[in-house]
Design a binder for this molecule. Structure first.
Ligand code: GDP
Length: 418
């Protein structure tokens, strides 16, 4: 049961974006920050050139690239509902495997980005296995559909053969390589067609006749897969009844969270609508903090375990997952709060170091700004200024609470200089 105090969490998604180097993780992330920032941070920008300028500026300032967790807001297309999407940086390079593992602990869902011309590459395979180990629900984005050699079938086959997962394509590309003309949303049976070469202008329509059979066939397969995980849908399916869009989305969501369904999207991060539809899919299919198992901790000097469900009114339980040295404010400790509320100016107990520590200021990092806040609540991520001793993987609990260590990966890591 979700209490009133927890209800904001249904509109939270804490996600990581994982990819083999060059698959398009940076481009996808920047575009996500651009589209989420456009409505909320920097006002309307109309043409493609302004988009690039803004991204170049961001690149120079380095904020989007280096923040360990960036908070963005996204209004799901076709609704008025705003969602908070926290993007947790998952290092793509294989050398950072331990860092990837650490980040897996603080995210609730992930987007795997593949280069459609390369299929599933080795680093993606590594990250996929880590996500398996940490039970992280995933959706996949078959990027670069416009590139020479791009093949959606290749990516779907590789997911089957190299990752041993059953892909559930929820989109289909209209054309591939230089012929790539747009994306069909299989679930909603809508088509998005580019009306200029750059792919900045787009027209929404019903599914074009030439794709009708293919889409019908793919949608039937999707309904069949969804019916496997949802009894109500199965009943309808057996009676030959068509589920509504909402029912189908809910069943795919359930399957994704149970890690039985892996929705696969396709498109190009460089073109319009690719990333917006990806954000919508993050909202539709990846879990909120309330839909993942509660983090557990072990009571000091005993075998007793405690659970910390995502609840701002529960006992404070947070994990420091990245330390950065900022030239202006000094040591920034990135934390995820699982339970309870961390207040600026309060004392917390670092159970990993057996030390009482003072929380100075609290920040939420946005793509182009830092927001000072007075508290970080369950499900939120942000940076703490003022913690002197906290290291990566350290457990932070309430001052005076029972000494509990959260399950984590405790690996020493040097402080990264910004
Ligand atoms: P990362 O290493 O995964 O972060 O990859 P980047 O985002 O830096 O992208 C690598 C290269 O692929 C860059 O030159 C991008 O411009 C290019 N790229 C990214 N997405 C697309 C796409 O959808 N289509 C094409 N043709 N190129 C892309």
């Amino acid at each position: 049961m979700t209490t009133k105090a927890q209800s904001y969490l249904t509109h939270f998604r804490n996600i990581g974006i994982a990819a083999h180097i060059d698959a398009g993780k940076t481009t996808t992330t920047e575009r996500i920050l651009y589209y989420t920032g456009r409505t909320h941070n920097i006002g309307e920008v109309h043409d493609g050139a302004a988009t690039m300028d803004w991204m170049e500026q961001e690149r120079e300032r380095g904020i989007t690239i280096t923040a360990a967790a960036t908070t963005a807001k996204w209004k799901r297309s076709g609704t008025d509902q705003e969602y908070v999407v926290n993007i947790i940086d998952t290092p793509g390079h294989v050398d950072f495997t331990i860092e990837v593992e650490r980040s897996m602990r603080v995210l609730d869902g992930a987007v795997a980005v593949f280069d459609s011309s390369q299929g599933v590459e080795p680093q993606s395979e590594t990250v996929w296995r880590q996500a398996d180990r940490y039970g992280v629900p995933r959706i996949a984005f078959s990027n670069k559909m416009d590139k020479t050699g791009a093949s959606f079938e290749l990516v779907l086959n590789d997911i089957r053969e190299r990752l041993g997962a059953i892909p559930a394509p929820i989109q289909y590309p209209m054309g591939q390589e230089s012929e790539f003309k747009g994306i069909i949303d299989i679930v909603r049976q809508r088509a998005y067609t580019y009306t200029n070469d750059l792919g900045t202008d787009i027209a929404e329509s019903d599914v074009p006749a030439e794709y009708a059979d293919k889409v019908t066939e793919m949608r039937a397969a999707l309904i069949e897969a969804a019916a496997e995980v949802d009894e109500d849908l199965m009943m309808k399916y057996l009676e030959g009844e068509e589920p509504s869009v909402e029912e189908l989305v809910a069943a795919i969501r359930k399957g994704t969270i149970e890690k039985k369904i892996f929705p696969v999207l396709c498109g190009s991060a460089l073109k319009n609508k690719g990333v917006q539809l990806l954000l919508d899919a993050v909202i539709d299919y990846l879990p909120s903090p309330l839909e993942v198992p509660a983090i557990r901790g072990t009571l000091e000097d005993s075998e007793e375990t405690r659970e910390f469900p995502a609840d701002p009114e529960g006992k404070l339980a947070g994990l420091a997952f990245k330390i950065m040295a900022d030239p202006y404010v000094g040591r920034l400790t990135f934390v995820r709060i699982y339970s309870g509320t961390m207040q600026s100016g309060s004392y917390v107990y670092n159970a990993s170091k057996d030390k009482r520590e003072r929380v100075g200021r609290l920040l939420k990092m946005h793509a182009n700004s830092r927001e000072e806040v007075t508290e970080l609540k369950a499900g939120e991520l942000g940076a703490v200024i003022g913690l002197k001793d906290a290291g990566t993987g350290n457990t932070l609990i309430g001052d005076g609470d029972d000494h509990v260590l959260l399950e984590s990966i405790d690996v020493p890591e040097p402080v990264i200089k910004l």
